[in-house]
Structure formats: C-alpha cells, structure tokens
Ligand binder design. Structure first.
Ligand SMILES: Nc1nc2c(ncn2[C@@H]2O[C@H](COP(=O)(O)OP(=O)(O)OP(=O)(O)O)[C@@H](O)[C@H]2O)c(=O)[nH]1
Length: 568
C-alpha cells in the first residue's frame, strides 16, 4: 500500500492515520490493509484508486472486450451458417431464450452462449439423412434441441442445472432402452446375434461420446441409425411371423374338423380356438383355450376308452350267443335225426313192450331237448338284455363325447357359460330384445381383492372361491338370467326384462347375501365379495359396447369402496 507524505489540507500522515483509524471504528470496519487504505484516502481527500489498480482494471476490461467480441463473432458466423437440425428460426428462438435467461449475469450469459454455439457447430449439413417424426421434427434433432433447450431455459424454482441432469438422464435412457431392445431381439439365429452386437456396440460408443468432435458425432449417429434399422427389421419380421402363425393355427383348426373321427367332437374345440384367435393373441386368452382343450381332450380320452370296452363286451356277448344257438341247433338236429330213427323203430315194433321202450326213450330225449332249449332260451334272454344294456351304454357314451363339443361353451372351472357361451346367449337375448322391445341389463362382476385371497390362501382356494361365487350367483338369480365367466375373476350377468334400477337392486341384494355367507376350504372359512357395474343394453349395439359401459361403472364401484353396484 502506498501512503502519500502530505495531504492537500496540510494534515500530517500521523494525523491522517489516526483519523483513518477513527473512521474505521465509527464504521465498525476491520482494520485490514485495504480498509485502512480506503479510510486514509477518504480522510486525506485522495483519489480512491491508485493508478496501478486503474491500469489493472483497464487491462481486465480489454480482455473482457476481446472475449465478448470473439464470442459475438462466433454467434454471427453460427447464425449465418445453415444447419440441418438448427434451422434459422430455432437459432433465433434459442438465442432469445439465452439472452432472456441470463440477463442478471454476464458470466452466465457468456457460458450459455458458448454452449449454444457449440451445439450449432456440431450440426452440419452433411449429416446422415434423418427420419421425420410424426410432428415433422427430424428425429435425431430432438436430442440436441431438447438438451440445449433444457440448458438455456430461464431459471425458475431452484433446480439442478440442466447441463448436469441431461447427461445423467440421457445415459440412463440409453442404458434402459438398450437393454429393452437387446431383450426384444433375443432369439436363435445369426441375424439376431449380429443385430444385438451392433446395437450393443453403438450404444456403448454413444455412452462414451461426451466431448467427441463433430465429425465423430456424425459417424456415431450413422452407426446408431444403422444398428436401430437392423434391429427394427428383425422385430418387424417377428411381427410378421406371429401374424402368419396365427393364420396357420386358424387354418389348422379348420382342417382338424375334416380329420377328426367324428366331426362334432372336434368342431366345438376348433370353434372355441378360432374364436380365441380372432380375439387376438393375449396371454390370458391363450391360457384359457389351452386349459379348455386339455380338459376336453382328457375327458374324451376317458370316454373313448369306456366306449371301447363296452363295444368289446358287446362283441364277445354276440359271439357267445351265436355259439349257444349253434349248440342248440346241433341238439335239435340230433333230435330230428333221432325222431326219424324212432319212427322206423315204432314202425317195426311188434310188441307192446318194445313200443313202450321206444316211447320212453323218445320222451326222455324230448325232455332233455326241451330242457336244453329252455336253458338256452334263458341264457339268450339274459344275454340279449345285457347286449341291449351295452348298446345303450355305447350310445350314451357317444352322446357324452358329442356333448363335449357343447362344453366348449362352458367354463370347466365354474361350469357356467364361458365367453363363447356368453356370446351365444347374448345373441339370443339381443334378438329377443329386438323382437319384444324389453329391457336387458348387462353387468360385469369382479371379485374383490382376489389377488390377496390367492396370495394368502393359495390358488386352489381362489379357484374354489370362483366356483362358489358362480354357484351362488346362478342360484340367487332367476333361471332366465344368464351367468357367464368372462375371464379370470370377472363374470358377466345378463338380466332380461329388467330395468336398470331393478338390476342394480338385484345385484345389491346378491352382494348382501354373499357378504353374510362363507365357504369352507381346507377347514378354513373364506368370505368373498364382489363389485359390479351394470348398464342397460342399447338396441343394435355390440356386446363389447355394453360391456365397456359396464366396465366403467365397475371401475367406479371399485374406486368408491368395493362390494357395491354402480350403474353406467
Ligand atoms: N385362483 C385363481 N386366480 C385367478 C384366476 N384367474 C385370475 N386369477 C387371479 O386373480 C387376480 C386378480 O387380481 P387383480 O386384477 O389385481 O384384482 P383384485 O386383487 O381382485 O383387486 P380388485 O379388483 O381391485 O379388488 C390375479 O392375481 C390373478 O392371478 C383363476 O382362474 N383362479
């Protein structure tokens, strides 16, 4: 610090120093060298900045001017240069935002302008052609625009600077999307392995791309686009295969009808399969149809075995009867022969005694023949009854097997109608409503907290709960009402000739009844409730349309506390 020897007012340096210390004390400032110098200069009426400081400031000012003029030249050049992603309008808009968002700080303004220009610089006209997104913005432009927009957004509530968050989010997104794509590509085959490897490599390079020069960024973008196109081709191909597979299964179900031993057996199952396929491939539907087919197959196998046994028994019975008849024939033939012999003997008999002997023989033999005939008759009668029984059983079994096709319309677990049965019933109800112009309530029922029940008491108890519910609903409603399992823990109920208010009241009554009951499973008492949504069928609409409204009402019932019926 330089202290001048004498002031203009003739005060000595010692006096000035004392006055400076007093000033510091009055202003409660610490006696640091800078504070003391300023107080000393103030007391002495000296210029407040020494020449060295002024020179220093002038130098800094010059540097600052240089820095800004370089930056502004870059802004001007950048603004004049065309770009693929950074259009003129976008550049103008971003520049505006940077200026508005950094008004309070020159340093920040400088820094953000620098970032913005760097982003413009990385956008060159020879970049790889990009695919347009639906809203017309080039897909690859989204990332830089988003990142810069985030960087230059005006400050609002305190938040982490976008420049710090964006790389973290982007890196996370790349990792997650990469994993998802790689998983989607999984499968045997060289193309899959190649596409997976290409995608992995491109993504790894993308994650390490921070600070790459513009031309390398462009190369990386090309690599990423190629890897994604390769992956997309494989996934598209998979979609195609799935739809072809669906068509194939559909064609197979048709030909199964022709190949089946008895058309009606296969027909029901094939119709159920075809119906399921037409509804689209979903996991629940596929599980359902597989269970249905497995159950039907198993029951048919048992019935066919029984029928075969009955047929065999009938065959051996008929064989036995033929033997009996043959044996009888032999006996009667022999008797016939003997009768001729007896006639000769009687003709030649010359004494009463010899005549009596022949007659005795004849009577004995005819008694024996009569007894054989009676026995045979008795046996044939018994065998005939047995054969009649067996024939009836074979017919019965064949009827049962045939009936299994009808059971493709019945849910094997709950024994109420399944979807196919429901559709049939709906068609019948619909034409009845159209004919008689009466009201039809369509309701969707859903067991409450069923997942919890399954989790806590086991899947078997869950199945039992569904059986119990289906039984109780069927018992409590009128015989004309239709109950069907819609899938999982959902049931559809159709109440013909019923107003919406009556339908709601009936379902609410059912809910109260059920709330007071329980079923036992493995010695445990199990209580279940259900929520319902009901709607009035509107003439001409599809079942799905009515169920959609019922579903909305069901949602309301669930949301408003469950175990209740809402209408929609
Ligand atoms: N035991 C058994 N469970 C089934 C069957 N079909 C579906 N489920 C189960 O039913 C449960 C349905 O659960 P969610 O859809 O979450 O419904 P929730 O637990 O009843 O909940 P809320 O409907 O909101 O009351 C799932 O756990 C399914 O696995 C079935 O045939 N048997």
């Amino acid at each position: 610090m330089s202290i001048p020897g004498k002031t203009t007012e003739g005060q000595t340096p010692a006096l000035l120093a004392k006055a400076a210390l007093r000033r510091l004390a009055e202003q409660r400032l610490e006696p640091t060298p800078d504070n003391f110098r300023q107080a000393y200069e103030a007391e002495g009426g000296l210029p407040s900045q020494p020449a060295a400081v002024a020179a220093d400031l002038a130098e800094r000012d010059h540097d600052e001017g240089e820095r800004w003029s370089t930056l502004i030249s870059r802004v001007v050049r950048g603004a004049e240069r065309g770009g693929r992603q950074w259009t003129m309008a976008r550049k103008k808009e971003s520049l505006q935002r940077v200026l508005e968002g950094s008004r309070g700080s020159g340093t920040r303004l400088h820094q953000r302008l620098g970032q913005l220009i760097a982003s413009w610089d990385s956008d060159t006209l020879d970049a790889t052609p990009l695919e347009d997104t639906a809203d017309g913005v080039p897909a690859a432009a989204t990332a830089p625009v988003a990142s810069v927009a985030a960087n230059v957004a005006p400050d609002a509530a305190p938040r982490t600077p976008a420049a710090e968050t964006w790389p973290v989010v982007a890196s996370h997104a790349v990792a997650q999307l990469g994993d998802t794509a790689v998983q989607a590509l999984q499968g045997p085959g060289v193309p899959q392995a190649e596409a997976t490897q290409a995608l992995r490599q491109a993504l790894t390079r993308a994650q390490q791309s921070a600070g790459l020069p513009p031309h390398e960024v462009n190369a990386l973008q090309v690599e990423l686009t190629q890897a994604c196109n390769q992956a997309r081709r494989i996934i598209d191909h998979r979609h195609l295969l799935t739809s072809q597979l669906t068509q194939l299964v559909s064609a197979l179900t048709d030909s199964l009808v022709d190949l089946a031993e008895d058309e009606s057996w296969a027909q029901g199952q094939c119709l159920a399969m075809r119906h399921q396929i037409s509804e689209g491939l979903n996991r629940r539907g596929m599980d359902h149809i597989q269970a249905l087919l497995a159950d039907t197959r198993q029951r048919q196998r048992v019935l066919k075995f029984e029928r075969e046994q009955a047929r065999q028994a009938l065959k051996s019975l008929i064989h036995q009867m033929l033997q009996e008849l043959a044996a009888l024939g032999q006996t009667t033939d022999r008797f016939q022969d003997n009768l001729g012999r007896y006639a000769d003997t009687i003709g030649a008999a010359d004494t009463l005694q010899s005549l009596a002997g022949v007659v005795r023989e004849m009577v004995a033999e005819s008694r024996a023949v009569a007894s054989v005939v009676a026995d045979t008759q008795q046996r044939l009668h018994t065998e005939h009854s047995r054969a009649t029984e067996l024939t009836a059983r074979v017919r019965e079994l064949e009827d049962e097997i045939r009936q299994l096709s009808a059971e493709a319309a019945t849910d094997p677990l709950t024994q109420v109608a399944n979807r196919r049965g429901l559709e049939k019933a709906f068609e019948a109800e619909r034409s009845r409503v159209d004919r008689s112009n009466t009201a039809l309530v369509v309701a969707l029922l859903d067991v409450d907290n069923f997942k919890k029940l399954n989790d806590q008491l086991g899947h078997n108890t869950g199945d039992e709960a569904l059986r119990f519910l289906a039984r109780r609903v069927s018992e409590c409603l009128r015989p004309v009402d239709v109950v069907a399992r819609y899938g999982g823990e959902e049931f559809v109920v159709m109440l013909p000739d019923t107003s919406l208010e009556e339908g709601q009241a009936a379902l609410t009554r059912l809910q109260r009844t059920l709330s007071a009951e329980f079923f036992t499973h493995d010695d445990k008492k199990v209580f279940i409730t259900f929520s319902a949504g009901a709607t009035l069928y509107r003439a001409g609409e599809s079942m799905e349309a009515a169920l959609e409204r019922a579903d909305l009402a069901l949602y309301e019932a669930k949301q408003s506390g469950k175990n209740r019926t809402c209408v929609g």
